[in-house]
Design a protein around this ligand. Structure first.
Ligand code: ZN
Length: 512
C-alpha cells in the first residue's frame, strides 16, 4: 500500500513546518500529481456538523488536493491507494498547552503516534527549538511547533530561587516589561508568555508593548489583574481554570482582596499554590451566573480564548488517583519518571486529610461545570493538556483532555474542534490547517472507530499523516517501540527540556 512513499514525502512534510506554515496556504501542491488517495473513508471535521461517509481524499506532496465522493474525485492512475472503508478521518490534532520533555527521540514521535501534528509549547526551550529546526530541515519527523518566549513573571517570581536564576524574565515595572517584550521579540519567540506574578502596571505596559511590536501574548492571567481587564488588554489566551473563575464569583471583592494579599517568597510556588487553592474554593463556592455572564461576554467581545487544561487540574486535584504503574511510563525517560514520582509524593500528596481530599474532588467537579458554562456562553475553548507535566504523557494526554472537555459539556465534535479548527483559527493558520479540505496541509488522523459516537475513539488510531507523510499502522507501532527503547537509554547529550511550565512545580525548583 505504501510502496511509493518516498524520502521526498518526508522532506515535503518537514519543510512545511515552522515559519513556512505561518505564511499561510501555498498552492504548490495543487498543481502536482497526487501521490496518495485515501478512499472510502468517513471525513469528520469541525466545519460541518455531519460526517461525510465514502470520501476520497487525494494528497500531493504535503497538501490535500481534492476531497469528494468517489464519482466526484477519480483517482488518477499511478496513485497509491490507501483503502479506508469503515474508518474515520479527522484533521491532525493540536496540543495547545505543552512543556515537552525528553529528547528528540521521545516527544516528537510520541506526539505524532498519537495524532498530534501541532504543538503550542508554553515556555521557550532551546531543546524544542532545535527539534523544530531539525523537523524543518527534514532530519526529524515531528509536529509543527509554535514556541513561547521565556516566561515573563513578576519579582519575586514563583519560579526562581536565589540559587536558580534561570528560566524566566522578571519584571517589576512598566519599563522592565517593555524591555522584556522587545527582548523576546528579538530572540524570535512566536508569542510572549505571561505569568502569575506580573504586577498590574507592568502587565498593562507589556500588553501595550506587545501590540506595538506586533507579537501576541498569552498565558496565566496574573494574580493582580482581573480577567476582564486582561481580555481588554488583548491577552490572546488565558490558561487554566483557576485564573478564570476568580472574576465570576459573587464574592469577588473578597476574592480580589485575598489575591492582592498573597505574598510569596522567591521560588515560593508551593506556598502560592496553597494560598491560591483557598481563593479558588471561596470563589467557586460563590459562583455567580450573572457575573459569569458579564465575564464571558467580555471574553467573547475581545476574542480571548481559554485553555482550561482540565487534565492538568485532574492530576493536581486528585493526585491520589494517579497510577504509578501506568503502562505508558515505559515511554518516559527515567529521570522524568523519578521527578514525577518525587513531585507527587513531596508536593501534591502531603498534608491532604480526608476533608481536603473531598474538597479538591468537589473543586474538580466545579471546574467541569465552569467549562460547561463557558461553552454554553460561546467562549472559545482550546484543547491543551499541559503535556509533559507530571503524569501528562505527551501525545496521550491530549486525548484525556478531549474526553474531559466532553464530560464538561462540549459535544464530541466541539471537542475535536477545540483541537483542530479552533487552534488553526487561534494561530491564524486556518487557510492551511484545521480541517479536511482541498488546499490545506495534509495533517490527518485515521481512526478505527467513530469519535462522534464516543470521544474515547480518538485514541483508536490506525494511521497518521503529517504534512502528507503517511505513518502506517506498522510504522506507528515501530515508532512507539523506538520511544520505549530511547526512554531506557541514560540521559545523553541532549538535556531534557528544562523547566516545566512553571505552571506547576517547575522541575528545577524542587530537585528530585
Ligand atoms: Zn503550563
Amino acid at each position: 500500500m505504501t510502496k511509493h512513499i518516498s524520502r521526498r514525502h518526508v522532506l515535503a512534510g518537514g519543510a512545511a513546518s515552522g515559519a513556512a506554515l505561518l505564511a499561510g496556504a501555498g498552492s504548490a501542491g495543487a498543481a502536482r500529481r497526487p501521490s496518495l488517495a485515501l478512499t472510502g473513508v468517513t471525513v469528520i471535521d469541525a466545519t460541518r456538523s455531519r460526517p461525510r461517509p465514502g470520501m476520497t481524499v487525494l494528497i500531493a506532496g504535503d497538501r490535500i488536493t481534492a476531497v469528494g465522493r468517489r464519482d466526484e474525485v477519480p483517482v488518477p492512475p499511478g496513485t497509491t491507494v490507501v483503502p479506508l472503508a469503515g474508518r474515520y478521518l479527522i484533521p491532525g490534532l493540536a496540543e495547545m498547552h505543552a512543556h515537552s520533555i525528553g529528547t528528540e527521540r521521545i516527544s516528537p514521535p510520541l506526539y505524532l503516534a498519537n495524532g498530534v501534528t501541532s504543538v503550542r509549547e508554553m515556555a521557550a526551550s532551546a531543546v524544542v527549538s532545535g527539534w523544530r529546526d531539525a523537523i524543518g530541515r527534514g532530519r526529524l519527523l515531528g509536529p509543527r511547533w509554535t514556541i513561547a518566549s521565556e516566561i515573563i513573571d513578576g519579582s519575586p517570581s514563583l519560579l526562581l530561587t536565589p540559587d536558580d536564576p534561570g528560566g524566566a524574565i522578571l519584571v517589576s515595572d512598566a519599563a522592565e516589561a517593555r524591555r522584556a517584550v522587545r527582548r523576546v521579540r528579538a530572540e524570535g519567540a512566536d508569542f510572549v508568555k505571561v505569568y502569575s506574578r506580573v504586577p498590574r502596571d507592568a502587565y498593562l505596559a507589556l500588553a501595550d508593548e506587545a501590540r506595538r511590536q506586533r507579537i501576541g501574548f498569552a498565558g496565566h492571567c496574573p494574580d493582580g489583574v482581573p480577567v476582564p481587564l486582561a481580555a481588554r488588554a488583548g491577552q490572546r489566551s488565558i490558561e487554566h481554570v483557576h485564573t478564570l473563575w476568580c472574576a465570576t464569583s459573587g464574592r469577588d471583592r473578597e476574592v480580589r482582596r485575598m489575591l492582592d494579599g498573597i505574598e510569596i517568597e522567591p521560588g515560593g510556588y508551593a506556598g502560592w499554590f496553597r494560598r491560591f487553592h483557598e481563593v479558588e474554593w471561596l470563589a467557586s463556592g460563590a459562583y455567580s451566573p450573572d457575573r459569569a455572564a458579564e465575564v464571558f461576554a467580555r471574553l467573547r467581545r475581545h476574542r480571548t480564548w481559554t485553555t482550561p487544561t482540565l487534565s492538568m487540574h485532574l492530576i493536581v486535584d486528585r493526585p491520589e488517583k494517579l497510577s504509578m504503574t501506568d503502562e505508558r511510563l515505559r515511554y518516559i525517560p527515567a529521570e522524568d519518571r523519578e521527578w514525577w514520582r518525587w513531585a507527587v509524593e513531596n508536593i501534591y500528596l502531603p498534608g491532604r486529610g480526608p476533608e481536603e481530599i473531598a474538597q479538591q474532588h468537589e473543586l474538580f467537579d466545579r471546574r467541569l461545570r465552569f467549562v460547561g458554562a463557558m461553552r454554553d456562553a460561546g467562549v472559545e475553548v482550546l484543547a491543551g493538556s499541559e503535556a509533559g507535566f507530571i503524569y501528562a504523557y505527551p501525545g496521550f494526554s491530549l486525548h484525556e483532555e478531549l474526553a474531559l472537555l466532553v464530560r464538561a459539556g462540549l459535544t464530541p465534535l466541539e471537542a475535536i474542534g477545540a483541537a483542530t479548527l479552533g487552534p488553526a483559527r487561534f494561530l491564524g493558520v486556518q487557510d492551511s490547517l484545521g480541517s479536511v479540505h482541498a488546499g490545506k496541509l495534509a495533517d490527518l488522523v485515521v481512526l478505527d472507530a467513530d469519535p462522534l459516537a464516543d470521544i474515547a475513539n480518538t485514541t483508536r488510531i490506525h494511521a497518521v499523516l503529517a504534512g502528507g507523510r503517511l505513518i502506517t499502522a506498522d510504522e506507528r507501532r515501530r515508532m512507539l517501540a523506538d520511544v520505549e527503547r530511547a526512554a531506557k537509554e541514560p540521559a545523553g547529550a541532549l538535556p531534557a527540556a528544562a523547566v516545566g511550565c512553571g505552571c506547576h512545580a517547575p522541575r528545577k525548583a524542587w530537585p528530585a
